[in-house]
Unconditional design. Structure first.
Length: 416
């Protein structure tokens, strides 16, 4: 008779705990609270001991001074006395006993008051000296205790510039600051993996999306080049070619927007005047076709950045300024200069009146004035989003405001 196989046993439980090991005696952990308590308590104790020692020495000196004899008998026959501290009884032999005792009591009170005043003044000087030493020592110790926070802050500022390879790697006692630094390092490690995956995805998407669009464009251009093709087929091919070109622009814009969200690592000197001049040359033909005059003065304004991305800023702004303009007697003004230690790219244009409450929507992807989605042939709705993203990647910002009479004024500010 066949026996039934035994059911599989459960896998053994892991013998390790992935969580952070807890100390045997958590109350002995050298936390910041305990260290600060010991530090400032010890400083207070040392300062108190020093102050008591100084006061003790000063009081001993005052007592020694107060115990000196008030007078000396220089003639025992006629009871003549001499006193440096009590001139009232010096050299007198005709004082009554009551007057002599009163003079002695007055001199004792005067000497006691002088000793107390001397003790008070020296104690105040000692207290002032100890206060200066205590503040200096406390400042130095506080800086030493808080130095890990400065290290964490510097690393956070570097990470804010998208330098995710930085780590704090704080060493020292296992206190709250080290726990904070370790947690921050773990977060940076996860962020770096996420950004690396995003960059890998952007690279793969760049290839996978461009290739079929390029093939479609080539096939359409080949069919359109056939002189024997019917008119309806040529019209359909032109429509499909325009749609394909729009898709290519959309893909390029999305990829550029994804790449420009990161901080620019490799920087070179770039003159905004040259960038603006090249952008003006590229939109010159389109501006003439629409009857728009391009003017302005481009003064040298050298910044550190990526020339291709900075040229994209100027080109997108100029293209928007030319395309969204008035039908007749329109103009676009392009200026570059240095203002208050920063490079400024200024683009203003005539055009339709733009409400101030719709300015922020213009910088959102796929948003246009008075429409939620793109629907015209003027672009794919990513121009200003790319401009803002590239400006932020260079450490700058862009500001827009409605121009009186219609149009917009765009102002891009970049650090020199």
């Amino acid at each position: 008779m066949a026996t039934t196989p035994a059911p599989p046993q459960a896998p053994p439980k892991p013998t390790w705990d992935p969580r952070r090991p807890q100390p045997v005696l958590p109350w002995l952990r050298p936390t910041i609270r305990i260290r600060l308590t010991l530090l400032y308590g010890g400083m207070f104790l040392i300062a108190g001991i020093l102050l008591l020692s100084i006061i003790y020495l000063l009081a001993a000196q005052a007592i020694s001074t107060g115990n000196q004899p008030f007078f000396k008998i220089i003639d025992g026959t006629n009871i003549r006395v001499s006193s440096d501290n009590c001139p009232a009884i010096t050299g007198t032999n005709n004082l009554q006993i009551s007057d002599f005792n009163a003079a002695i009591a007055q001199c004792v009170d005067r000497q006691r008051q002088a000793a107390l005043d001397n003790l008070l003044s020296r104690s105040l000087l000692a207290l002032l000296g100890l206060a200066v030493i205590a503040f200096a020592f406390g400042y130095a110790m506080a800086g030493r205790v808080l130095s890990p926070l400065g290290r964490i802050t510097r690393t956070a500022r570097a990470v804010a510039g998208s330098d995710l390879s930085r780590r704090i790697e704080l060493d020292g006692p296992d206190d709250e600051l080290k726990e904070l630094a370790d947690t921050f390092d773990d977060m940076l490690e996860r962020l770096q993996r996420a950004f690396t995956a995003q960059q890998r995805f952007v690279g793969n998407a760049s290839h996978e999306l461009r290739t079929p669009l390029a093939i479609n464009r080539t096939l359409l251009e080949v069919h359109l080049s056939d002189p024997g093709a019917p008119v309806e087929l040529q019209q359909l091919g032109k429509t499909l070619l325009a749609t394909n070109e729009r898709s290519e622009q959309l893909v390029e814009g999305l990829l550029l927007l994804a790449r420009s969200d990161n901080q620019i690592v490799e920087r070179k000197p770039v003159d905004l005047a040259e960038v603006a001049s090249q952008a003006v040359d590229q939109v010159h033909a389109e501006a003439e076709a629409k009857g728009v005059t391009v003017r302005g003065v481009q003064k040298p304004a050298v910044v550190q950045g990526n020339g291709v991305l900075l040229e994209r800023i100027a080109l997108n702004l100029l293209q928007n300024a030319v395309r969204y303009n008035v039908p007749e007697d329109g103009w676009v003004e392009v200026n570059t200069e240095i203002q208050h230690g920063q490079a400024v790219l200024y683009v203003a244009n005539t055009g339709p009146v733009v409400p101030a409450y719709e300015i922020d929507n213009l910088f959102e992807p796929f948003r246009r004035l008075r429409t939620e989605r793109t629907g015209s042939d003027k672009g794919v709705g990513l121009g200003l989003s790319i401009v803002r993203s590239v400006a932020r990647a260079h450490g700058g910002h862009i500001a827009a405001q409605p121009r009186e009479g219609g149009g917009l004024v765009m102002r891009v500010t970049l650090p020199v």
